[in-house]
Write a protein that binds this ligand. Structure first.
Ligand code: FPP
Length: 252
């Protein structure tokens, strides 16, 4: 099916407001072509660009990409350094496209622990695009859910300590409001590429009701038609939020 035919099948009134992705398979993609893993990450940037553009064109309001996990520091130093440099370069190179398309850059994670150059490029990118309103592109960088939830608990505990919150009043809303994603809605669709069937410490709280979509396509091969296929798959699912199928269809 042609790209446009696939795109035209998408119901724009039933778009996920927020799509989160785990961009997996860069290393395998590179190795399969006889290249070093870093070549896969560089090629993955093209997919980042396409998917960002594809989401913005459709009207998806939030896109979150898992770019570097707290566990990724365990990779060979050469690969970590290359990824950090790639981030600086990509943010610099893509700034004009973000501005032209009215896209706001955002980041979640333990950002202060990033190398200074990466941190500075990120903060500048976030600041330069802060007034853009068409879509928010969030990079999860030096991020893991367990890190985020630990931070969240510490922040709430501090407020309990000074008497601002009573322990009995802690509820889902209070927790939500102290997450790194406090200013963005929970993802409705989570896409993981490369055939791995795991969440890998990603947005564990926020994905509570998300539809999970796994594809064998490796991230550097993931293009707009793959995005459209994922969204169409999402639109064909029944989202029940704990209710029965009959209750859900009564409402529509
Ligand atoms: C996982 O593939 C991918 C990463 C850890 C890095 C993703 C980074 C990019 C696509 C480039 C920069 C991104 C932005 C947003 C500018 P893997 O290395 O685990 O692949 P494998 O499972 O095949 O080894």
């Amino acid at each position: 099916m042609s790209d446009d035919l696939l795109k035209n099948k998408i119901d724009l009134n039933k778009l996920p407001k927020h799509i989160a992705t785990i961009m997996d398979g860069n290393g395998r993609w590179a190795k399969s072509q006889g290249h070093m893993r870093v070549f896969g990450h560089k090629s993955g940037v093209k997919s980042v660009r396409e998917i960002t553009e594809g989401c913005a064109e459709l009207g998806v309001e939030y896109l979150t990409l898992y770019a570097f996990s707290t566990e990724n520091w365990a990779r060979p130093k050469f690969e970590v350094n290359a990824l950090m440099t790639l981030l600086v370069d990509t943010i610099g190179k893509e700034m004009k496209t973000l501005q032209d398309n009215n896209i706001k850059l955002n980041a979640i994670g333990n950002l202060e622990k990033l190398p200074k150059k990466t941190y500075n490029a990120l903060i500048k990118g976030i600041d330069d695009t802060k007034n853009n309103g068409r879509m928010t592109l969030t990079l999860a960088l030096n991020y893991s859910s367990r890190w985020e939830l630990t931070q969240t608990m510490q922040k709430i505990a501090e407020k309990v300590k000074i008497g601002e919150i009573e322990p009995k009043d802690i509820n889902a809303d209070i927790i939500q409001n102290h997450l790194a994603t406090h200013n963005i809605p929970d993802p409705e669709l989570m896409i993981r590429t490369s055939g791995e069937l795991r969440i890998s410490n990603y947005l564990l709280w926020q994905l509570a009701y998300a539809e999970l979509y796994f594809t064998d396509v490796l991230w550097p091969d993931f293009r707009k038609p793959d995005l459209y296929t994922a969204i169409l798959n999402f639109q064909n699912r029944e989202r029940r939020y704990g209710k029965t199928s009959e209750q859900v269809s009564e409402k529509t």
